[in-house]
Design a binder for this molecule. Structure first.
Ligand code: SAH
Length: 353
């Protein structure tokens, strides 16, 4: 039975489901979920992420984390974590680049927050030779200093969608009609989590929330505030989201969000303001375009050094990847970086208070 058919049976029995429940099933259903049944990254996959384009991305992230670890007194034992590591490429590049940083590797306990058993196996192969621990959620990370990275992780977490209706909101839900999944609106009700959106929305406007993201940020920030550390969040989105940003991608092309659930990636823009609010009492940096962040970390210098070792196709691919990550017309501006750090410490390199 397809996931679409299973969801229709469920809806027939217990009523429409929220967009968040639908997204969670489509992405992580143990038998049919997108992440649980395939390895979707890379040129042959449905989409390509920054660490899969070039080793420079993971290298610079690793060095940024290592520098901020030194800036905060180089604690002798800390958690080096990645949330949603995909194929494990970013972590592998970060670990290789930070080998020359004295004491960093020895002090780091590498932990990966990954929901998909299939991807855990891919990550284990990529990080062969390192001592790696996997956990199911950020809440399982040790109560210890924490330096962590999340690239294109938060965009995969389920969102809820609400449409403004007078002083109240109506939630968009997935129902079924004539043997097909359809979107509908639940009856109106108050939503205290959206009180701060009263002033910048009008009747008919759509606003998204991401309850799981808020909980995860609370877990990360609590450790960073109490013991030191940094969280780097890299994703597409903006300070405050408005409008429907849910999208499905299969084979590098956009498709309908209800079409064949489990076979396409579902993501939505990250509302960085919501993450920053959840980080208190830890401090957060200015939201910074990825291109600016990587330039400040020295990507051009690194790109030139690597270019000297390459020729032909490899050189062209390398030049294209550099441009794609940093150019404002490509990922340079669409993707943003938010840093979370202790209020008593300096912000991580590449980001400002
Ligand atoms: N960071 C990687 C992959 C991004 S795709 C890269 O840049 O290439 C999203 C990743 O998050 C996948 O590894 C997926 O399995 C994982 N993921 C999605 N939802 C998750 C959840 N709720 N908990 C833990 N991991 C999750």
């Amino acid at each position: 039975m397809s996931l679409a058919a299973l969801l229709q049976t469920r809806i027939a029995a217990s009523g429409p489901m929220t967009i968040a429940d639908y997204m969670a099933e489509a992405l992580l259903n143990p038998d049919h979920g997108y992440y649980t049944t395939r390895t979707p990254f890379g040129a042959e996959g449905d989409f390509i992420t920054a660490p899969e384009m070039t080793q420079m991305f993971g290298e610079l992230i690793g060095l940024c984390l290592a520098q901020s670890w030194m800036d905060q007194g180089a604690p002798a034992a800390f958690t080096l974590a990645e949330l949603g590591p995909g194929r494990g490429t970013l972590m592998a590049d970060a670990l290789r680049a930070t080998k020359q940083v004295p004491g960093f590797g020895a002090a780091a306990r590498i932990m990966l927050v990954e929901a998909s058993p299939q991807l855990r196996q891919v990550q284990a192969r990529m990080l062969d030779g390192y001592d790696v621990t996997w956990v199911d959620s950020a809440a399982d990370l040790p109560d210890a200093p924490l330096w962590c990275i999340a690239n294109e992780f938060f965009d995969a977490l389920p969102i809820r969608q609400f449409v403004r209706d007078g002083a109240h909101w109506r939630e968009r839900c997935v129902g079924q009609q004539d043997g097909k999944l359809v979107i509908g609106l639940a009856p109106q009700g108050p939503q205290s989590a959206l009180d701060h959106r009263r002033d910048d929305t009008q009747d008919g406007d759509l606003v998204e929330t991401r309850p799981a993201a808020t909980c995860i940020m609370v877990e990360l920030a609590r450790r960073i505030d109490a013991h030191g550390g940094v969280a780097l969040i890299v994703d597409y989105g903006d300070w405050r989201s408005l409008g429907d940003t849910l999208q499905a991608v299969r084979d590098h092309e956009s498709t309908g969000i209800l079409h064949a659930p489990g076979t396409a990636d579902l993501t939505a823009h990250v509302d960085f303001e919501a993450l920053a609010r959840a980080a208190a009492p830890a401090a957060y940096t200015r939201l910074t375009p990825q291109g600016v962040f990587l330039e400040r970390l020295g990507i051009t210098h690194r790109a030139q050094a690597l270019a000297e070792t390459l020729y032909g196709n490899a050189l062209n691919t390398h030049i294209a990847a550099h441009r794609r990550l940093t150019h404002p017309d490509e990922m340079g501006n669409l993707f943003k970086v938010l840093g979370v750090y202790p209020a008593t410490a300096a912000p991580p390199p590449g980001l400002s208070a």
